[in-house]
Ligand binder design. Structure first.
Ligand code: ADP
Length: 486
C-alpha cells in the first residue's frame, strides 16, 4: 500500500499545534506495518536552516492555478526514515509564519494543485493520498474535477482527516473560477458552496472516499448541530464513511526517561527526580521555590483561543490564586487573552507565570515539572496536551468532551491493596467555570495525600497512548479502500 500524506505542518519542520505532532509521528508507525508512506509539505521560510540544508533538489515544474503559472521547485529529504517532499515557491511560502495571510485561500489552493502536478515527478504513485485539514482538502476536489480523467490519476483514492472542524478555509465565491478554476457545478450543496461562499474543507468531506477524525467522541459530536460548525448535515450524510481514530503521541520524543529538553530525566519508578524538574522550573520562571513539595504546580500549554476554555480559566483565576498552588501558562493566540493573562501575572508574581510565546523546550519542561495539567476545552477533537502530560506524570484536569473524554478516565479510589486507584485524571462536565473550580479543589485535596497521589501518577504514566493501535486502525481503513482500488 502506497500512501502520501499531504499536510500544512509537521514537527520538527513547522508547528503551530497538534497537527504537526501527528504528521511527525504517524508515518513512522505506519511504516513499521509495511505501509509505504511518504509526506509532502510546503517549503516554508520557517523550516530550520539545518533541515533545509539537507534537502536535495528533485525537479522544477510549472503549476497552473487558473490563469496563473507558478514555477515550483520540488525538494526531498529523508527524515526519521520517511521520505519527505517539499513544494517550493517563494511567492507563496517564503514568508514569516505559516498561516494568517489574506491570500491563504490562494496559497493552499496552489499547494493542492502543486501536490497533484508533482506526482509524476516523484517516482512514487500513491494508491491513497491522506489529506489533513482544510489546507489540503481541495486535493480530493481537484482530483475529481480535473485529474481523474487522466490515466495516471484514475485510481488514486483520498482519505480526509478532520483535526479541527472549526477551521474550514472559507473564501469568497469569486475564487471558484479565478483561483480554483472549477465550473459552477462545484458551487452547490454537494460541492464547495457554504452560505454563499466557498468552503475548502467541505470539498474534503464531499469528495474523499473516507473521512476520519481524531477521536470517537468527536466523530459523534460533529454530527450534531452543537459541535457540527454548520457542517453536521454533510457529516451525517457521510456517516457510513466517517470514523474516529484517536491520536497517539510520539513515545520517543515525549519520554521523561530520555528527554534531552528537561532538567532531570526520570521514569515511573523514580519519581523523586521529577521534583527536581519542578524546583528548577520554579527558579527559571521566578516562582516561589517549593522545597517542601507541598505546593501543586499546574501547567497550561495551549493556543490561547476560546476553544481551549480560556474564558472558564480567566473567570476563576482570582479564586484559584487564593488556593495554595502555582500556575504556569505557555501559549500564544488572541490578544485579549494574552493581555489579560499578562496583567494577572503582575498581580500574582510568585504564583502565576505567564509566558506568551511558542517555545518547545519550555513546553517539555512544564510537562516534566507540573503536578497537574489543565485542559478545560469547550470542545476538543483529540487533544495531545493531556496525553503528553500523563506520559510525564502530570495529572490532567479536563472537560469531558471529544478526545479528552475518550482518553482521561476519572480517578476513583478503591479498597483493593494491589489496585488502589482507578482512572488516570480528573474530569468535569459543565460549561460553568465553577464546575472547574470545584473539580480543581477536590483534586488539590487528593494531591495532599501523597501515597494516593503517587498511585494516580503511576496509573497515568502507565496509560498507553502510543501510536501503535491507532496506526493499525489507519492501515485497516487503507485496506478497505484498496478493495475499491483493485
Ligand atoms: P491543538 O492542536 O488544538 O493546538 P493539541 O493539544 O492537540 O491542541 O496540541 C497542541 C500541541 O502544541 C502540543 O504538542 C502542545 O504541547 C503544543 N503547544 C501548544 N502551545 C504551545 C506553545 N506556546 N509552545 C510550545 N508548544 C505548544
Amino acid at each position: 500500500m502506497k500512501v502520501l500524506f499531504a499536510a500544512a505542518e509537521e514537527t520538527p519542520f513547522v508547528k503551530t499545534g497538534g497537527l504537526a505532532d501527528v504528521i511527525g509521528a504517524l508515518p513512522a508507525q505506519l511504516k513499521k506495518s509495511d505501509c509505504d508512506v511518504k509526506v509532502i509539505l510546503p517549503l516554508y521560510r520557517e523550516i530550520p536552516p539545518e533541515l533545509k540544508e539537507k534537502m536535495s533538489y528533485i525537479d522544477g515544474l510549472v503549476v497552473p492555478l487558473a490563469w496563473r503559472r507558478q514555477f515550483t521547485g520540488l525538494k526531498k529529504l529523508i527524515h526519521n526514515g520517511i521520505e519527505h517532499y517539499f513544494i517550493e515557491n517563494e511567492y507563496y511560502f517564503d514568508r514569516k509564519g505559516i498561516y494568517g495571510y489574506p491570500d491563504d485561500g490562494e496559497r493552499f489552493a496552489f499547494f493542492c494543485r502543486a501536490v497533484l502536478e508533482s506526482l509524476p515527478f516523484l517516482n512514487f504513485k500513491p494508491d491513497i493520498i491522506h489529506l489533513h485539514d482544510w489546507h489540503t482538502a481541495l486535493i480530493s476536489t481537484f482530483l475529481k474535477a480535473d485529474y481523474q480523467k487522466k490515466l495516471f490519476y484514475k485510481d488514486i483514492k483520498t482519505v480526509f482527516t478532520i483535526h479541527n472542524l472549526q477551521y474550514q478555509g472559507i473564501f469568497p465565491a469569486a475564487y471558484l473560477e479565478d483561483i480554483l478554476s472549477l465550473d459552477h457545478s462545484y458551487f452547490t450543496q454537494e460541492g464547495l458552496e457554504f452560505y454563499g461562499q466557498l468552503n475548502y474543507l467541505k470539498g474534503g468531506l464531499n469528495f474523499s472516499q473516507k473521512i476520519t477524525t481524531v477521536s470517537n467522541s468527536y466523530a459523534e459530536e460533529i454530527q450534531k448541530p452543537l459541535y457540527g460548525e454548520n457542517l453536521d448535515g454533510v457529516l451525517r450524510k457521510r456517516c457510513q464513511d466517517l470514523t474516529g481514530i484517536i491520536n497517539g503521541i510520539d513515545y520517543d520524543i515525549y519520554n521523561p526517561s530520555s528527554d534531552p529538553l528537561i532538567y532531570k530525566k526520570y521514569d515511573v519508578n523514580d519519581l523523586e527526580n521529577k521534583y527536581e524538574n519542578k524546583i528548577k522550573l520554579q527558579q527559571e520562571l521566578k516562582l516561589k521555590p517549593d522545597g517542601s513539595k507541598e505546593i501543586p504546580l499546574i501547567g497550561f500549554i495551549s493556543r490561547l483561543v476560546s476553544q481551549k476554555g480560556l474564558d472558564l480559566l480567566i473567570k476563576i483565576l482570582d479564586d484559584m490564586m487564593k488556593l495554595d498552588l502555582q500556575l504556569v501558562v505557555l501559549g500564544t493566540g488572541e490578544s485579549r487573552y494574552e493581555g489579560l493573562l499578562r496583567k494577572k501575572a503582575l498581580t500574582y508574581p510568585e504564583k502565576l507565570s505567564v509566558n506568551i510565546k511558542f517555545d518547545n523546550k519550555l513546553a517539555h519542561r512544564i510537562y516534566a515539572a507540573s503536578d497537574l495539567f489543565l485542559m478545560p476545552s469547550l470542545f476538543e477533537p483529540c487533544g495531545l496536551g493531556q496525553l503528553i502530560a500523563m506520559r510525564y506524570g502530570s495529572i490532567p484536569v479536563v472537560r469531558e468532551t471529544g478526545g479528552l473524554k475518550d482518553t482521561v478516565s476519572p480517578v476513583s479510589l478503591t479498597d483493593s491493596k494491589t489496585n488502589p486507584v482507578q482512572g488516570n485524571g480528573f474530569t468535569f462536565q459543565g460549561l460553568n467555570p465553577y464546575s472547574l473550580l470545584e473539580q480543581l479543589t477536590y483534586t488539590l485535596h487528593l494531591f495532599q495525600k501523597k501515597e494516593i497521589w503517587k498511585n494516580i501518577m503511576k496509573k497515568a504514566m502507565r496509560s498507553d497512548y502510543s501510536w501503535k493501535q491507532s496506526a493499525q486502525r489507519y492501515i485497516d481503513l487503507y485496506n478497505e479502500l484498496s478493495v475499491l482500488i483493485d
